[in-house]
Ligand binder design. Structure first.
Ligand code: FES
Ligand SMILES: [Fe+2]
Length: 399
């Protein structure tokens, strides 16, 4: 990976903390240079949602997380801890594990057989001289934090300035008891657009009435969320952090709708939490790539990652209460239906946006709808704060 270009400037004028009023420029959505910059300045510095802790609940279970040229193994050790390390043999760099997920006793390099424990420690290095100290060559650690049953990774070489728990301290999800859930579906959508177009599309519902007929049977798409206008303001510590937390989106839902499902009624009989109360529908959006809808009966994480300058991977993962029984309490197709249909509709929108943005006919002079696209504007402000060479000092980094 090359060092970031500290000379580069954002190619349009902007006042310091103002919300952007227009989309980004064509090159920011299309060029290999911006793709690389986004990886280095955004994704290599932020906490990234990687998966649910329940996906690796037993010792030896693991999954891999891929971003750009990096691959990370996330595993559950024999003592039950979560562990994350680079998927790179310390001997000559071979990728250790190509499986997306699985169960392992150790990770053995296919080249010369160096073997690493579930915690990344080097256990075996055949024929190496007696003075070779295996303790000096564990797999390289990646920062990991579990929050509310969600696993976050941070690929920064330096210790992150803030933990996930500190960043999300204002959010109370205790009523849903999310650590007591299980994954019932995990779907990756290959999006033919830059990751920012995918992220922008996820943030707003200005398009919902036109694009999402099924979703609009449940929600009121034109709810004027004025409080979102200043969406995601940089916080007092000066660390840009787009974060929207709506603890009850009931006012934006149609009368009688209780959850995000085809008819607004519960799709899992065993509710989240204690089962005695009905927690509200809530929503979280956190820069750069996490959306989280939490309903009384199920929750779904959605995240998006850059794959190339003009493609991205959009992923949704659904959880229900760990005691819910398939075929009795829920049917997987019913649980995922509404969000899955909505994702497919957004996928097509993203493809069309990218086609237009690629064209010489695109310019970014038209303004956003100020209120309904305010979340997009907040998302982009955080983005610009991260990539702006003049403002990197506020991020605590020196790269
Ligand atoms: S490169 Fe892995 S053991 Fe040699
Ligand atoms: Fe949408």
């Amino acid at each position: 990976m090359t060092a970031p270009d500290t000379e580069f400037k954002i190619p349009f004028s902007r006042q310091d903390d103002s919300l952007p009023t227009t989309p980004l420029t064509r090159e920011m959505y299309t060029s290999p240079e911006w793709h690389q910059r986004d990886l280095e300045r955004v994704f290599m510095r932020r906490w990234l949602f990687a998966g649910h802790a329940s996906q690796i609940s037993r010792p030896g279970e693991f999954f891999t997380f891929e971003l750009g040229d990096d691959s990370v193994i996330v595993s559950r050790t024999s003592s039950g801890e979560l562990s994350a390390f680079h998927n790179v043999c310390r001997h000559r760099g071979t990728r250790l594990c190509e499986e997306r997920s699985g169960q392992a006793k150790n990770f053995r390099c296919p080249f010369h057989g160096w073997s690493y424990g579930l915690d990344g420690s080097l256990k075996l290095a055949p024929k190496m001289p007696a003075e070779f100290d295996k303790k000096q060559f564990p797999l390289k650690r990646v920062w990991l934090e579990e929050w509310e049953g969600l696993i976050f990774l941070n690929l920064s070489p330096e210790q992150p300035t803030r933990s996930v728990a500190e960043s999300l301290a204002t959010i109370d999800l205790s009523a849903y008891q999310l650590p007591r859930t299980k994954v019932i579906a995990d779907v990756v959508y290959e999006i033919e657009s830059n990751w920012k177009i995918a992220g922008e599309t996820f943030q707003e519902c200005y398009h919902c009435a036109i694009t999402h007929p099924e979703l609009c049977r449940i929600i009121e798409p034109m709810t004027d969320l004025e409080e979102w206008e200043e969406a995601g303001t940089a916080d007092a510590s000066g660390e840009a952090d787009y974060l929207i937390w709506t603890p009850d989106i009931g006012p934006g839902m149609r009368a009688g709708a209780r959850t995000f499902s085809h008819d607004g009624q519960f799709v899992s009989k065993r509710l989240l939490g204690s089962g005695e109360t009905e927690p509200p529908c809530a929503a979280l959006s956190w820069f750069p790539h996490l959306g989280f809808f939490v309903q009384p009966d199920y929750a779904v994480t959605t995240s998006w990652l850059p794959a190339s300058p003009t493609t991205s991977l959009f992923r949704s993962t659904w959880v229900v209460h760990e005691d819910a029984v398939e075929g009795v309490d829920y049917d997987v197709d019913n649980v995922i239906h509404l969000i899955d249909v909505t994702n497919e509709e957004d996928k097509e929108l993203c493809r069309l946006v990218q086609l237009g943005v690629n064209s010489s006919g695109f310019d970014n002079s038209a303004p956003y709808q100020p209120q309904l696209e305010a979340p997009v504007r907040g998302f982009l402000r955080s983005y610009l704060d991260h990539v702006d060479a003049d403002r990197t000092h506020i991020l605590g980094g020196n790269r």
